[in-house]
Write a protein of this length. Structure first.
Length: 151
């Protein structure tokens, strides 16, 4: 469980580092804000992975780190969408560059979604609601009958 957690956090961190190590694309305020959020997310991910690798894991400290990671990623996802819209509107980037950025951020979000069930096993359903934003938690789909009522 902890090994899978660390693997997924490491993958998300690698994607963030890849973006941060690439040169700024168009130096606008949205990109600067995005980079600032990602730098914090990168730093806190490293701290969270360090705490997770210790035995026994300090659940209180890890909880604080993981909460910051999810909040940073929410801010980054919103900012990158705005940045991509602005870049398309201003024609400041190629569509290929923008699709690459979209893919990277989708992959980061996907890794954090995969961490959510592990967090739920560690902290329980009630606490997880306050640690992991709802967008990252998967809920079972309710099947609908033809008349629109759940089966």
């Amino acid at each position: 469980m902890i090994e899978d957690l660390c693997t997924r956090l490491n993958r998300a961190n690698s994607l963030i580092k890849m973006f941060l190590e690439s040169p700024p694309i168009n130096h606008n305020p949205l990109e600067l804000r995005l980079r600032a959020v990602l730098e914090e997310e990168n730093r806190v991910l490293c701290q969270a992975m360090h705490v997770a690798s210790e035995s026994p894991i300090d659940l209180h400290q890890f909880r604080n780190f993981i909460s910051v990671i999810y909040r940073d990623d929410e801010a980054a996802q919103s900012t990158v969408r705005s940045w991509i819209r602005a870049s398309r509107w201003m024609h400041s980037n190629t569509e290929q560059q923008l699709e690459g950025v979209e893919r990277t951020f989708r992959d980061i979000s996907r890794e954090l979604e995969q961490v959510s069930p592990i967090i739920e096993m560690m902290y329980g359903d009630m606490d997880t609601k306050y640690i992991v934003p709802i967008a990252y938690r998967r809920r079972p789909q309710i099947r609908r009958a033809k008349n629109g009522v759940g089966e």
